[in-house]
Ligand binder design. Structure first.
Ligand code: AMP
Length: 119
């Protein structure tokens, strides 16, 4: 899938639309989900044009890949989620109902999260 530079997260990265930012560094931006599914629901996105995890890990630099994953862990620590725990999730493609075609990792926490998948 080719990257659509008009997707909503691309616009957030370009600061064309606002976000409720919780963390930013050279590699990643994290912000609260606009429609939270848990008391904590943060999205972490890489700074670059990547549709999915497969795209990102195939084409991004080692520095960006490392920086992005460090940012995910940093956000989880900053939000004090290590205890009692949290879940990370990245949807890709139609079967997973990926809505926004810019790689994003969801961080969920703040309650018992239940089974991993709705059956
Ligand atoms: P996904 O289905 O994995 O692509 O998830 C997309 C997520 O982006 C959903 O949880 C939406 O609520 C969230 N979302 C969409 N637009 C915005 C926005 N402008 N700011 C924050 N979160 C958003």
């Amino acid at each position: 899938m080719t990257y659509d530079s008009e997707n909503i997260f691309a616009k957030i990265l370009r600061e064309e639309i606002p976000c409720d930012k919780v963390y930013e560094d050279d590699f990643a931006l994290a912000f609260n989900d606009i429609n939270p599914q848990a008391p904590v629901h943060v999205l972490v996105i890489p700074k670059g044009e990547y549709v999915s995890m497969a795209d990102f890990t195939a084409t991004a630099s080692a520095e960006l890949i490392a920086g992005f994953f460090r940012a995910v862990g940093q956000v989880a620590r900053d939000l004090n989620l290590e205890q009692p725990g949290y879940r990370i999730l990245a949807n890709a493609g139609d079967d997973a109902h990926q809505e926004v075609p810019h790689l994003h990792i969801h961080i969920f926490g703040g309650k018992k999260l239940g089974p991993m998948l709705v059956r």
